[in-house]
Design a protein around this ligand. Structure first.
Ligand code: RFL
Ligand code: PHB
Length: 403
């Protein structure tokens, strides 16, 4: 057994773990990250692309914003197409100046990994059997295996940043947590290509054939999604089949400008709403996807991870600077308030924009739900106040301050 010691042990080197680690290190709070897979594997996962202002500011505070500020694109609005007709959500105009930044999660992750390596901070990649112990006691520790050796890492606190399938949430006994879940009867098939985006802003498409999203990573790289049945496999979808289906769902005016090309990544993600309560158990905190998942329609997953990180970071600074160990009790209520707003918005956008034809076993009930949602979207898009409700939540609600 090889023994080690740190102040905050972080499980998971996704964006939550890396961002938290960087922020803490800048405040002189020692931390070690334990990650199950390799850095390259983490960087191969193509996920989010839309960053709220709060996220952007946190990355700046972490001192890792240089490339994001240079290469990220500021978006002042996005489009919602309903059966081919475009409705613009003027985020900047409707919110009094707020915007989002389009910059890939992969890029943020790479920037954070490089900054961590440059600062000489410790990350153990390919750490197996990571297991938290004594999280309710005064002296928690983590055991893990690496390179054939057994390790024990002692710490003051554990940040569970290990995503939806991680070990941290399972460490909380079943009787001490409650889980809220909704599974949607479809998935998103995503395709990444080195082609110019079809439009200068994102287009969310509600269409008879199912939802589609035209997004991007840069002026030379586009990201598209199609709503597909849960049973579909990536192998069922050739690139040609993807582009043909996308052309049917995009507004005709946009299709003329669509440049197709070979995919550089293609994957299917199931859609899920999930929240674990509470997000703190003794000296263990659940951060990001470890504690909650949203369907991607509202572009909120990564952004909620960032607001969790912001809350925990403020709390840790109070603990180590002011001895305010009582502040840790604020983490779960503060994080959950914002999480539930993001959950509700993501669920609402998913309901309004997707085609629900197998929601229940009752086709008549499904058809009625579909009509309600068509009317809901029509109502919100039809008034400035309605569009403002969408815009305000899309750009992101404010972060709460820890007392
Ligand atoms: P991650 O990214 O899943 O990272 C968790 C890390 O923990 C590691 N791990 C372990 N390490 C050690 N021991 C164990 N036992 C471990 N188990 C797991 C994993 O290997 C991994 O490296 O969680 P994190 O950091 O909380 O970040 C969350 C975000 O990744 C996620 O919320 C977003 O990607 C969601 N999301 C979007 N969010 C947005 O804000 N805007 C978007 O536009 C957006 N688009 C998306 C998305 C997610 C998608 N998918 C595929 C689910 C689009 C898609 C298609
Ligand atoms: C993405 O670009 O991957 C993306 C953008 C907006 C979303 C979801 C995903 O709502």
């Amino acid at each position: 057994m090889i023994n080690g010691k740190t102040q905050v042990a972080i499980i998971g080197a996704g964006p939550s773990g890396l961002l938290l680690g960087q922020l803490l290190a800048r405040q002189g709070i020692d931390n070690v990250i334990l990650e199950r897979v390799t850095g390259d594997y983490v960087l191969g996962r193509i996920r989010a692309g839309v960053l709220e202002q709060g996220f952007v500011e946190l990355v700046r505070e972490a001192g890792v914003a240089e490339r994001m500020d240079r290469e990220g694109e500021i978006h002042e609005g996005f489009e919602i197409a309903v059966d081919g007709e475009l409705h613009r959500i003027d985020m900047k105009g409707l919110t009094g100046g707020d915007t989002v930044v389009v910059y890939g999660q992969t890029e943020i992750t790479l920037d954070l990994m490089q900054a961590r390596a440059a600062a000489g901070l410790e990350t153990v990649y390919e750490a197996a059997e990571v297991t938290p112990h004594e999280v309710r006691g005064e002296r928690p520790y983590i055991t893990y295996q690496h390179g054939g050796e057994q390790y024990r890492l002692e710490c003051d606190y554990i940040a569970g940043c290990d995503g939806f399938y991680g070990v941290s949430r399972q460490t909380i006994p079943a009787e001490a947590r409650r889980e809220f879940i909704r599974v949607y009867p479809f998935g998103w098939l995503g395709l990444l290509a080195d082609t110019p985006p079809v439009h200068k802003e994102l287009i969310y498409c509600k269409h008879q054939r199912g939802f589609a999203l035209a997004s991007m990573r840069s002026q030379t790289r586009s990201r598209y999604y199609l709503q597909v049945p849960l049973e579909d496999k990536v192998e069922d979808w050739s690139d040609d089949a993807f582009w043909e289906e996308l052309k049917l769902r995009l507004p005709q005016a946009a299709v003329a400008g669509l440049v197709t090309g070979p995919s550089i990544e293609k994957s299917i993600a199931p859609l899920r709403s999930f929240v674990c309560e509470p997000l703190q158990y003794g000296r263990l905190f659940l951060v990001g996807d470890a504690g909650h998942i949203v369907p991607p329609t509202g572009a909120k997953g990564l952004n909620l991870a960032a607001s969790d990180v912001a809350a925990l970071y403020q709390i840790m600074v109070k603990v180590y600077r002011e001895g305010r160990t009582d502040a840790i009790e604020q983490y779960s209520p503060i994080a959950l308030r914002r999480v539930w707003h993001g959950e509700r918005f993501s669920w609402w956008m998913t309901n309004m924009l997707h085609r629900f034809d197998k929601l229940t076993d009752d086709p008549q009930a499904d058809a009625t739900f579909d009509k309600f949602m068509v009317s809901e979207l029509d109502y919100y898009l039809g008034s400035e106040n309605g569009r403002r409700v969408i815009a305000e939540q899309y750009v992101g609600l404010p972060y709460e301050t820890v007392k």
